[in-house]
Design a protein around this ligand. Structure first.
Ligand code: HEM
Length: 398
């Protein structure tokens, strides 16, 4: 994953240049348009682009919502700039199967632009990703992946309403206007079968190229966020997608943590102190041990006087999957401004322990954590992909 085979000129360029030039490089590097670099390649089965009522100036590429996996995890390849995460509970007597099948069908018509509830807006790269909470999974099987609640950790201030939940609807799009409209359509579809608990809007910062075919956004601490993760198909099969049992195969486990950040206190640090918190350079994302932005942090590298270049409590050391002894999580977080500035941390992994063991290790000593307070926390089984012959949720609740 950590590629060491870029031509030297390109690597040097990525290391020393700022965001703007580097973003231009991404747009031009593959010969594709800036548009497809931003939105990712459409999967072969992507639906035909619907005709918009009024032509949009920059039209994001539609994302295939049906298939082996749901969209909104690895597709589009660069996550869309805007997100609305909506968490709800199911009524006590509601059977999940029919509700999920209807929601899946509504997602299909919304993303195809054929749902009148979209009010003629162009869906572009809209994706909707649906997950179910531990209570619903346990009702099918107590040992299934997704059946376990997320434990509590330090530095939490979570109201009971914002802990857990039965249903996650993650809506992402290039056009922020689509989010509340799609959410209203899906809530309308569900009717009184669900009660909303909380919702969170998020925004990705400027995307910075971090590998030949990949970019990651800056977060509101100014650092590039989302560099390390399962990015190749083989890594995703190993660490991201659930291999079984059949009821959950090709799904994944999501963790959502709304983390408020004490921006003022962080901004009062010198740049070198900020970089020591993460273990990476702020401008370039390069590990403090050197190399390029996609080099693995050299955790053994030391200064001549014997100090670690990546400090012992640096975030990238505490969270390093090899040190923790877990697989890679796919982080797809969004920056937030309300109810307070911070990060809606979102990770996807095929073993909940990947997240829990990482945060448990961060809890004991991670220079980043004292700047954070977690105010919402939940985990969901992201349901396997679906198509008209096998509706959303049918493998688990059919
Ligand atoms: C406000 C909260 C957080 C912020 C701002 C943040 C930011 C970052 C940044 C900037 C990096 C370095 C670049 C990269 O690889 O993406 C990073 C790495 C990482 N973070 Fe976080 N993070 C936060 C919370 C968390 C949490 C809660 C977890 C999981 C429990 C986590 C897991 C990781 C992992 C696994 C890495 C990669 C480490 C490596 O192998 O180098 N982060 N994070």
């Amino acid at each position: 994953m950590h590629r060491a085979d870029h031509p030297p000129s390109r690597r040097a360029f990525l290391d020393v240049t700022g965001v703007t030039v580097a973003a231009g490089l991404l747009a031009g590097c593959s010969g594709d348009s800036a548009r497809s670099a931003r939105s990712g390649d459409p999967a072969p089965s992507a639906p035909a682009t619907p005709t918009p009522a009024t032509p949009a100036p920059a039209t994001p590429t539609p994302v295939a919502v049906t298939g082996r996996h749901q969209a909104g995890v690895t597709l589009p390849r660069s996550a869309q700039p805007h997100l609305l995460a909506l968490v709800a509970d199911l009524g006590a007597r509601v059977t999940p199967g029919p509700l999920l099948a209807e929601l899946g069908e509504a997602v299909r018509t919304l993303t195809a632009g054929s749902d009148p509830r979209l009010l003629g807006l162009f869906p572009g790269d809209l994706t909707v990703t649906v997950g179910v909470g531990p209570r619903l999974v346990r009702a099918v099987g107590a040992t299934l992946p997704g059946a376990a609640d997320l434990p509590r950790f330090s530095r939490e201030r979570v109201a009971s309403r914002e802990r857990g939940g039965d249903l996650l609807i993650q809506i992402c799009a290039g056009d922020a206007l689509l989010l509340p409209v799609a959410a209203a359509a899906l809530l309308d579809q569900a009717g009184d079968r669900i009660q909303e608990r909380w919702r969170q809007f998020g925004r990705r910062g400027t995307e910075v190229p971090v590998a030949e075919d990949r970019s990651a956004p800056r977060n509101l601490l100014g650092f590039i966020d989302g560099i390390v993760g399962p990015h190749t198909t083989a890594e995703q099969e190993r660490d991201l997608w659930l291999a079984g049992p059949p009821a959950v195969a090709n799904g994944t486990l999501a963790v959502l943590r709304r983390m408020e950040i004490d921006l003022t206190r962080f901004a009062a640090l010198s740049v070198a102190e900020q970089e020591a918190v993460f273990g990476r350079r702020r401008a370039s994302g390069v590990p403090l041990s050197g190399g390029s932005v996609d080099s693995a942090p050299g955790l053994g590298a030391k200064t001549p006087d014997g100090r670690y270049l990546v400090p012992v409590d640096a975030h990238v050391r505490r969270a390093n999957p090899t040190v923790v002894g877990v697989g890679h999580m796919l982080r797809r977080s969004y920056s937030i401004d309300a109810p307070a500035p911070g990060l809606l941390f979102i990770s996807f992994q095929n073993d909940l322990r990947t997240f829990t063991a990482t945060l448990a290790r961060m809890d004991t000593s991670d220079a980043l954590l004292p700047f954070t307070t977690t105010t919402a926390s939940a985990t969901f089984l992201i349901l396997p992909g679906y198509d008209p012959g096998s509706p959303l949720g049918s493998t688990l609740f059919g």
